[in-house]
Design a protein around this ligand. Structure first.
Ligand code: ATP
Length: 469
């Protein structure tokens, strides 16, 4: 492998020099190494600059700074400017008469040697590190506003084994890659401490501290987030996309079928190939039960193409488990009991994302309606709330239920002034809203009931049987 790597490196340098117009240097390299470099070409998916870029972006992700690859050789000044003997035609190697002076290296040779040294050392470092660690190949550019950042992806030209059909499928899947950060931070997710810890253990730390995750500690390859709707599963996935800087494929399972139709099996294959190409990657499969429901469970059996697609997904998951690729599958489901058992076995970690605890409910209400005057678009919204009582009253409400209740409660004082506002036709008066009180909440709670409380027993029973931790 080492010999092959060394030879590949020389071939890459040879073609790089050719590409840059350093023909003589390239030919000299070919002759000097005597490896027949000319007889090899560089494969489609590789080029030296790209390797260097990948290493730079890997370094940036890991250490938040770009690597310093080369530095000035201090002794160079002593070597190069040395007055060199004049080469006369009689001393020229081509004249066939070898003299002591002609045996000395000339300026051109020294320069060529220096160029080789520079290129060789820089790329050797880059290569070794790229082989040793991950293949970080996408990075961010700042947008014109200087604040938001957009992810730049490696061009698809280098995507291996690509046929016209595969390229088309790869283009479809590439649309599901997050180019902009969804901007959800870990601290934006209220509660769910266990789920956050496990997700970090599975996705964040193996990339940050690869040296810890070898042998028996090799990183998890897949994880299932299950639980009632609106409890923060998608938020967890978005936090992974925001915080981990991996290439994030946001695949909604139901769209796999509609968008991919008869091609879904090929698309699944290309999805995983593409994830490897853009590694480190996270594939987020939302609503997993809609693609990985139990096989043959529907009346009259399943459509053949569906069965093939499921089989392909299982094959790809097996492939991941056996490989060292930095590709991670994060799946989410509201109905885990409907999932295919073969798929469940392949999802190594299964985490229940349940209803928020009392403390989390309290934190949620005070997050959306803080205990001080908040200004919403220039209008003051005052609150006077008993957060503890509200948290108690909202047992069994999901995070999204609580957000809805808070919105409804804060709409009550706003509704009261609509009539008054509508009757005034001249200037808009200064608006002063009533305070949002606990009583407002109670009235709202009488109308908005928790959307999935009745299912909680089923989740708990399922957790007992399938919990992985
Ligand atoms: P579904 O299964 O229906 O897709 P989900 O579990 O993925 O639901 P999210 O989409 O993550 O739920 O959450 C919906 C909304 O509920 C969020 O946008 C957020 O406003 C609120 N929410 C839910 N859980 C939390 C939480 N733990 N912290 C903060 N906000 C939350």
């Amino acid at each position: 492998r080492t010999d092959l790597r060394r030879k590949s490196l020389l071939v890459l340098i040879y073609h790089h020099l050719m590409g840059q117009g350093y023909m003589e240097a390239a030919l000299a390299l070919d002759q000097e190494t005597n490896l027949g470099l000319r007889r090899f070409e560089v494969c489609d998916n590789i080029d030296l600059e790209m390797v260097l870029m990948e290493y730079e972006s890997y370094h940036y992700v890991k250490y938040q700074k770009y690597p310093k690859l080369i530095r000035k050789v201090t002794e160079a000044g002593n070597i190069i400017p040395k007055p060199l003997p004049k080469i006369t035609s009689s001393q020229h190697p081509s004249s066939g008469k070898k003299t002591a002076a002609s045996a000395q290296p000339n300026v051109r040779q020294i320069r060529i040697q220096f160029t080789f040294c520079f290129i060789y050392l820089a790329f050797k470092t880059a290569f070794n590190l790229c082989f040793q660690f991950a293949d970080f190949n996408s990075f961010y550019i700042k947008n014109s506003d200087g604040m938001s950042r957009e992810r730049l992806l490696k061009p698809l030209n280098g995507f291996s084994g690509i046929t016209e059909e595969m390229r088309e499928l790869a283009t479809i899947i590439s649309r599901d890659i997050y180019l902009h950060s969804p901007n959800v931070r870990w601290e934006d997710i209220i509660g769910l401490e266990d789920a956050k810890r496990l997700v970090k253990e599975a996705v964040v730390y193996p990339i940050k501290y690869p040296q810890l995750f070898t042998g028996i500690l090799s990183p998890w390859k897949s994880l299932l987030l299950y639980g009632p709707p609106g409890t923060g599963k998608t938020m967890l996935a978005k936090a992974v996309a925001t915080e981990c800087k991996t290439t994030f494929f946001n695949i909604s399972a139901s769209s796999i079928i509609s968008k991919w139709r008869g091609d879904s099996e090929k698309l699944v294959r290309v999805l995983f190939d593409l994830a490897r190409y853009h590694a480190p990657s996270t594939i987020f499969l939302d609503e997993l039960e809609s693609v990985m429901g139990q096989r043959g469970s529907t009346m009259g059996g399943e459509h053949e193409s569906n069965r093939r697609m499921k089989a392909e997904l299982l094959v790809q998951m097996d492939g991941l488990a056996r490989s060292d690729d930095l590709v991670f599958v994060l799946a989410a489901s509201n109905l885990p009991w409907e999932l295919d058992h073969a798929m469940l076995r392949r999802l190594e970690k299964r985490i229940l994302v349940g209803f928020p605890s009392s403390l989390a409910r309290q934190a949620m209400v005070s997050h959306w309606l803080p205990p001080f005057r908040s200004t919403e678009g220039g209008v003051e919204l005052r609150t006077q709330l008993d957060y503890q009582t509200l948290a108690k009253e909202m047992e069994g409400y999901s995070g999204s239920d609580i957000a809805l209740v808070c919105k409804e409660a804060s709409m009550r004082p706003v509704r009261k002034i609509f009539d008054a506002l509508e009757s005034i036709h001249n200037d808009t008066p200064a608006i002063c809203l009533d305070t949002v009180t606990t009583a407002d909440f109670m009235e709202v709670l009488a109308h908005i009931k928790p959307s999935a409380r009745s299912l909680m027993d089923r989740y708990t029973a399922w957790e007992k049987e399938y919990k992985s931790v």
